[in-house]
Design a protein around this ligand. Structure first.
Ligand code: MIC
Ligand code: SF4
Length: 643
């Protein structure tokens, strides 16, 4: 039997373990990336590990999330990130350069290389054939220190693409179609690997749109082969020498195959409030729209914005709405400026925002109360836009631009012929906002700037054998990290200050949570399925830990959040019998004897005298890390022991 691309890359990077689905393996990491909202914590942790220089082949620190500077906080963090990067051997991408995933795809991602990033959409680089995974900041810090990354061997699902996309249908509709079929948990424990004759009809940015939003299925990652299209993209970026051919073998032994016939796709949209709630635009109907946002790491390439410009050229956006545009990078803006597309967008009434995440993470441009917002982004969780009662639809740039013209959700096929686009053969290459690190020995004496926004890391003691306390909160299925640790313009600037940010834990679910948790001396959270879906933000574990949360007991976890809980010493447990979820109520006093976390354990409800069996998926190493109080004390001890 042959091998998939996924298996080939993993086996070339295998440090420990073997290819048996579900088994834990350790994989060598070639590249790392961070963004500012998770990066400050990741670098504070890297410093605490005590290594003098990064050991990965390439580490890049991007600034793209916290770019609203309404006071000193974000600006202080940028200074810290710039100086810590110079000191430890990390390339620094200055604010204004663009969104991490778009920039990494343009300038650094390489077929066949492994990448982890402290952002859940790191799989964007899978569009170029890199095995790229999202991870918590501490795992990225460990990879920078030369530690391998531990994952469970995934099931590899082959996604066979055949045919060619019809006019007005684009890559976003392919990933929306996959989400329509598998929903937000259908990718858990899996890698989606694309193959088949439809692959060569898609450009690298198209492929990256698909691998980017594959994250929303819960997948470990998604990947495309590296072929002639990949080579042409790398050549256009002036880095043809980074190309290698990478194809699955004949009979690659996929664990499952999903077929998507591109010819049959039509414009789709994910309805509020889940990326998995996908329907055709026609089925949803002509909903009145108050805001359209084009951009984000999913859809902000030259082609995405050229489509919008071509649709809007010589027209004016509908009176009922406003249109925002966040280009993915400076390279994209330079092309739009050069071709005149920028002028068409501005003339039509678009509000051109910074090359950054912006409205995608509630950093400005929140929609009005009760509004409908149509976005080319990847997440539409309730409240994420910054407006609690807004309804967000996720669509392609084609649908977004058509909607901006008409003021109602519009199938772009209603506009007549699709525009013919002229795409650049060679991109404008300007790396002047990437700052290379200082060389040794100068680096060793470099000063690291730490403004008052940067608080010291909290330290946590080893775990006792018995956990006891109150059920602080009981939540339903599909709780996102946006519920646990909200983002947005008010809270994101506190990412470098755990005591401050912890005041907002579960704010949208129960604004009394933080106070109650502290007053009770900590306790437990009870949850349903897919607990912690969404972002990689480790603050969704670190801040609850700071408030005293001891264990989270649920029906099932999302991958990155589960790893983050382990990393910060919160015990992640699941009900052996899912119905036991119903027997627990907020305020119940419970006891859980965890012992050395081998095998299962029992929850005793002291309030009503019942018991429930709990299980976990922890490896012996995870158990060790948890018992040590988290990964930071554990890794420091490991590195010290190795001398
Ligand atoms: C997101 O899209 O939710 C974010 C903001 O990019 C997060 C990272 C963060 O919370 O800083 C992600 O996707 O991991
Ligand atoms: Fe930024 Fe949005 Fe992409 Fe997250 S999903 S990295 S917030 S653009």
């Amino acid at each position: 039997m042959g091998s998939s691309v996924t298996r080939k890359i993993i086996e070339q990077h295998l440090v420990e373990g073997e290819w048996v689905a579900g088994r834990e393996i350790a994989v060598r990491i070639d590249q790392t990336l961070t963004q500012d909202a998770t990066g400050t914590m990741a670098y504070l942790q890297f410093e605490a590990i005590g290594i003098s220089r990064v050991k990965a082949e390439l580490s890049v620190s991007y600034v793209d999330h916290n770019t609203l500077q309404s006071d000193f906080k974000n600006a202080d963090d940028h200074n810290y990130l710039r100086t810590v990067a110079a000191r430890y051997g990390i390339v620094f991408s200055r604010p204004g350069n663009g969104i991490c995933h778009q920039l990494h795809l343009e300038r650094f991602a390489r077929p066949g290389r492994t990448l982890i990033g402290s952002d859940s959409h790191t799989p964007t680089a899978g569009g170029i054939g890199s095995l790229a995974m999202g991870a918590g900041g501490l795992d990225v810090a460990c990879a920078m220190a030369g530690e391998p990354f531990r994952i469970k061997v995934p099931l590899v699902v082959g996604v066979k693409l055949s045919g060619k996309l019809p006019a007005w249908v684009s890559a976003k509709d392919i990933i929306l179609e996959l989400l329509r079929r598998v929903d937000v948990t259908g990718g858990v424990g899996k890698v989606f690997e694309y193959f088949g004759p439809g692959v060569r009809t898609l450009s690298v940015p198209d492929r990256a749109t698909i691998t980017n939003m594959g994250t929303e299925t819960g997948a470990t990652t998604s990947i495309f082969p590296s072929d002639g299209v990949t080579k042409a993209f790398l050549k256009a970026q002036g880095r043809e020498d980074h190309w290698v051919r990478l194809q699955a073998d004949w009979r690659p032994g996929f664990d499952e195959v999903i077929e998507i016939d591109l010819d049959r796709l039509e414009p789709l949209a994910a309805s509020p409030h889940s990326p998995g709630a996908v329907k055709t635009v026609r089925e949803i109907g002509r909903v009145p729209v108050h805001q359209v946002c084009i951009g984000s790491c999913t859809n902000s390439s030259v082609k995405d914005l050229k489509v919008a410009a071509a649709v809007l050229k010589g027209k004016t956006i509908a009176e009922s709405l406003h249109l925002t545009i966040n280009p993915g990078s400076r390279q994209v803006v330079e092309h739009l400026a050069d071709s005149g597309d920028l002028r068409d967008l501005v003339a039509a009434g678009a509000r051109i925002l910074e090359n950054a995440c912006g409205p995608c993470i509630g950093m400005g441009a929140a929609p009005p109360s009760g509004a409908v917002s149509v976005r080319t982004f990847n997440r539409n969780f309730e409240g994420r836009s910054g407006t609690k009662d807004a309804s967000v639809y996720l669509v392609s740039p084609e649908v977004a631009a058509a909607t901006a013209l008409t003021g109602v959700l519009t199938d772009p096929r209603d506009l007549g012929d699709a525009p013919k686009l002229k795409l650049p053969k060679r991109f404008f290459i300007n790396d002047n906002l990437f700052i290379p690190p200082l060389d040794e020995p100068v680096a060793a004496n470099a000063t690291i700037l730490r403004g008052p926004n940067i608080a010291p890391l909290p330290a946590f003691p080893p775990l006792p054998d018995m956990l006891d306390g109150q059920v602080l909160l009981k939540v339903a299925d599909n709780i996102t990290t946006d519920h646990i640790m909200p983002a947005g313009a008010k809270v994101l600037p506190l990412r470098s200050n755990i005591p401050e940010i912890s005041k907002y834990v579960f704010e949208a679910v129960d604004p009394t949570f933080a106070q109650r948790a502290k007053a009770a001396g900590g306790g437990f959270i009870i949850g349903g399925d897919n607990y912690g879906q969404g972002s990689s933000r480790e603050h969704a574990a670190l801040a609850p830990k700071y408030l005293g949360v001891k264990a989270v007991i649920v029906r099932s976890f999302a991958r990155i959040h589960l790893a983050n809980l382990i990393n910060f010493g919160i015990v992640p447990l699941t009900f052996k019998n899912p119905a036991d979820y119903d027997s627990l109520e907020p305020g119940d006093d419970i006891q859980v004897r965890i012992g050395d976390l081998q095998g299962r354990t029992v929850l005793r409800n002291v309030t009503d005298g019942t018991e429930a069996e709990l299980v976990h998926t922890l490896s012996p190493l995870d158990a060790q890390i948890l018992k040590a109080g988290g990964k930071l004390p554990w890794i420091k001890a490991q590195i010290e022991a190795r001398g």
